[in-house]
Write a protein that binds this ligand. Structure first.
Ligand SMILES: [Zn+2]
Length: 251
């Protein structure tokens, strides 16, 4: 680690110590250290195929079968992802009452796996570790769907109502989850320190939250391996590994 990064990390911890309400906002970068590929990075399995738009998924049984094939292939890419030091550090902040929760663009469920309660994790892009019925919202587990799908080749229908079953992620062309967006907005306004960790802040509307926090008077810290468009308005930019930067908080 170079001197500049080392100094930035010291400043980060001084700011965390002074803050009353820390709101972490996380993206793919925090989970790449757990082996979960960033879907926008070159060579990632997410970039090989054009995404299937939501309306096509709903209207075409064939598209649904293709979506499930891709989903299970992607899941095989990172079968045993575990929370890393970055996730554990944020879990500590929540456990100590220094952060009310975490707002995340990730769909991997690793914040919950690190010990943060479900209700305290605001998932802007949904969750890829289970599925739901688009009609009745019943939760369906992936293992059962997969077994059935691999035996029949047919995409799953809801056992309760016969509706379309989809991974609980927000797809291209699907409406953002309104309740989660509202909760994220509220939590954002409660921050006096807004900590972006591992988001390149390019996916809107999610990436507008740090701007809202900053306009509301919060200090903005951006912890990311690559530059982001919001670096110029940040109070502190830390360029480096998230796990390493937050390690001393991790239990
Ligand atoms: Zn249903």
């Amino acid at each position: 680690m170079d001197e500049e990064t080392h100094e930035a990390i010291e400043e980060l911890h001084a700011m965390l110590d002074r803050a009353r309400v820390i709101v972490p906002f996380t993206g793919a970068g925090i989970s790449t250290e757990s082996g979960v590929p960033d879907f926008r990075s070159p060579g990632s399995p997410w970039m090989v195929n054009k995404p299937i738009p939501f309306d096509v998924f709903v209207s075409s049984r064939e598209a649904r079968a293709e979506a499930w094939r891709r989903k299970f292939a992607m899941d095989d890419h990172c079968p045993d992802a575990r929370p890393n030091r970055g996730h554990r550090a944020l879990a500590t902040l929540v456990a100590e009452g220094r952060a009310p929760g975490v707002i995340t663009q990730n769909i991997d469920g690793l914040h919950q796996a690190s010990g943060i309660a479900n209700e305290a994790v605001i998932e802007l892009h949904g969750n890829g570790t289970y599925a739901t019925c688009l009609t009745c919202s019943w939760r369906h587990e992936l293992a059962a769907i997969r077994q059935e799908f691999e035996a029949s080749g047919e995409p799953p229908d809801c056992l309760i109502c016969g509706g379309v079953v989809k991974a609980a992620t927000i797809s291209f062309g699907q409406q953002m989850p309104q309740r989660q967006m509202l909760r994220a907005h509220e939590m954002t306004l409660s921050a006096d320190l807004y900590l972006v960790a591992g988001s390149s802040l390019v996916v809107f509307p999610a990436a507008s939250f740090p701007v809202v926090a900053k306009r509301n008077g919060a200090k903005l810290v951006i912890l990311n391996r690559e530059p982001t468009d919001l670096d110029p308005i940040a109070d502190l930019v830390v360029r480096g590994e998230i796990g390493a930067a937050l390690a001393r908080l991790a239990n």
